[in-house]
Design a protein around this ligand. Sequence first.
Ligand SMILES: NC(=O)c1ccc[n+]([C@@H]2O[C@H](COP(=O)([O-])OP(=O)(O)OC[C@H]3O[C@@H](n4cnc5c(N)ncnc54)[C@H](OP(=O)(O)O)[C@@H]3O)[C@@H](O)[C@H]2O)c1
Length: 321
Amino acid sequence: MNALILIKKNTPLNYLDTDMPYPSANQVLVQLKAAAINHRDLWIRKGIYPRIDVYTILGSDGVGLINDQAVIINPNINWGNNPTVPSSDYSILGMPEDGTFAEYIAVGKDRIHPIPTHLSYEQAAALPLGGLTAYRAVFTKGLCKSGDKVLISGIGGSVAQLAFRFAQAAGAKVYVTSSSDEKLEKALQMGAVGGANYTVQHWDKDIWAQTDGFDLIVDSAGGTGFKDLVRLGGLGGRIVVHGNTDGYFAKLNPQTIFSKQLSILGTSMGTDAEFEAMLDFVRQHKIVPVIDSVFALEEHEKAFARMRNKERFGKVVFKIE
Ligand SMILES: NC(=O)c1ccc[n+]([C@@H]2O[C@H](COP(=O)([O-])OP(=O)(O)OC[C@H]3O[C@@H](n4cnc5c(N)ncnc54)[C@H](OP(=O)(O)O)[C@@H]3O)[C@@H](O)[C@H]2O)c1
């Protein structure tokens, strides 16, 4: 079968003919129909991710067929029994275990779920890793409920878009930030109540005037702009952080945090129960992830270039024929 394999860090992946995976007794063989790229794959390709093994097939998100049944794969491996943190054996499909950028994959039988029937293969492939992360950030950590004022930063991002959809479907009033006025406009068309361009100086003042602060803020960037998000926290608000796209936090004034009784919460991936709850929520609310672009596996360099393109809005997906 053909697959995208990491052979050397910080070089393009290799599209190669490789051995078919052979499922063990507790595994099943899935013929993959679509897979999606996550920021994680960019970090791994660059060589800046923990526990990188070369000669591994990348990819955490995948959907496909087992005989005629369309299935979606839970990318968690060994989360364990503690819902608060994963076990020490935890890993994510696609490093160090072979992932979904391939024609076939052998995965644990308990990793398989029916695909939400309102979604195409490409749309469903946009869900697993980002959907799980967004679901835990918005609901388990963020305690989002109807009527909450919610801010999602960097709406061009794929986790941000799912977090946006989830909070909106729960009845929250959702605001967004972006570096792009076009993306803000698209988010307003998707039902955002308001938005601001975080590259414009003092952007937070205007949004504070509109909202008086947020009950929940979901952020994947950190960096210098995080202090603006802390300023936008409302009384007793929660700020959930799931990424570090912009690196270390800049200076934060602790007084802003304690005087407003803010909670700053870290989250990463989610439990198997949250994965199932996320799929149920997607089915119930007919949520459709935004697809930016679709490529063949052979076009992997174009797909990775699109991931890095600032104009991207939503998920970059591989269609696997
Ligand atoms: N912990 C976990 O379990 C987990 C899971 C998934 C992802 N992550 C992390 O979360 C981050 C986002 O992942 P993703 O897959 O959604 O990535 P992505 O689709 O590549 O997100 C890129 C988006 O990040 C936004 N962004 C960049 N710099 C920003 C800044 N300074 N302030 C606010 N937003 C900024 C941009 O939004 P605009 O274009 O709108 O400006 C950009 O479109 C990554 O760091 C990733 O590693 C963590």
